[in-house]
Write a protein that binds this ligand. Structure first.
Ligand code: G3H
Ligand code: ZN
Length: 284
């Protein structure tokens, strides 16, 4: 089926109290693992492309892979720009068929973040593409975007309310203690803050930096109101686990398919587990 906007997936997630997984992709094997897992679990799914993915694979390849995966699937699939950096990039992604975009104005002032988000919404809505914004600063590193511990700023619930009212954005990423990349210690999520935000805003909440967050914390966040859970690092780890197993047991292997294939299997298994935790399994 054709790609669907993230907004539609999150609407159903809110109605039925679960979250949709958004998994980062960089190549064909990852896209196949994401959609393979979604098919096997009968789960809606979001394939997303980060700045690093666009740099590595190129926008044309990423969008072609995402569109093809959706066309072949019998479950709803969205193709989403992750941490979009500019209005120009958003327009390029829309032109390449993305069904959803994130505009990350979290480094800007509140007012500039509102203005940029509104600018993106205006063009995206005109063509049925949904928009995610970010308020607060999420720590850690994703590709070449780094927010140091000093720069981290948890989302202010009142600001979130004002932001939601002024922009009417389709989904809002909030900073509640998660971080991008591998955690050094155990992540401490601020559930009171999440609850307050969830009580104040009527739009779906997005949790970034969700790899490595304990299963019970993810379940709790979904119960409170998170409707989109972003996962990148966990899938990368699964991929490399499969690849390394082959390289260790058969160091002479020269067939890339025999190396990447097991990586794809490991990713699919890991993604299926995530979908069960998010409650999206069986919802498509
Ligand atoms: O935007 C992508 C995510 O927030 C991924 O974060 O690599 O920590 O799972 P993660
Ligand atoms: Zn993120």
């Amino acid at each position: 089926m054709p790609l669907v906007p993230v907004r539609d997936l999150l609407f159903d997630a809110r109605e039925r109290g679960y979250a949709v997984g958004a998994f980062n992709c960089n190549n064909m094997e990852i896209v196949q693992a994401i959609v393979g897992a979604a098919q096997a679990e009968r789960s809606p799914v979001i394939i997303q492309a980060s700045q690093g993915a666009i740099k590595y694979a190129g926008l044309e390849y990423i969008s072609a892979l995402g569109r093809l995966a959706a066309e072949k699937a019998t479950i709803p699939v969205a193709l989403h720009l992750d941490h979009g950096t500019s209005f120009e990039q958003v327009v390029q992604c829309i032109r390449h068929g993305f069904s959803s975009v994130m505009i990350d104005g979290s480094k800007l002032s509140f007012e500039d973040n509102v203005s940029l988000t509104l600018e993106v919404i205006k063009v995206a809505r005109a063509v049925g593409v949904s928009v995610e914004a970010e308020l607060g600063k999420i720590g850690g590193t994703e590709d070449d975007i780094t927010v140091s511990e000093r720069e981290v700023a948890l989302t202010d619930p009142q600001e979130a309310k004002e932001f939601a009212e002024r922009t009417g954005v389709d989904a809002l990423a909030v900073a509640i203690g998660t971080a991008h990349g591998v955690y050094k210690g155990k992540p401490e999520l601020d559930f009171d803050r999440l609850r307050e935000i969830s009580n104040l805003i009527d739009i779906p909440i997005v949790l970034h930096g969700s790899s490595g967050v304990p299963e019970e914390d993810i379940r709790k966040a979904v119960q409170i109101g998170v409707r989109k859970v972003n996962i990148d690092t966990d899938v990368r780890e699964a991929f490399m686990e499969g690849v390394k197993e082959v390289l260790v047991s058969s160091p002479e292997e020269i067939d890339p398919r025999k190396v990447l294939g097991p990586g794809r299997e490991k990713m699919e298994e890991r993604i299926r587990l995530k979908m069960r935790i998010f409650g999206s399994s069986g919802k498509a």
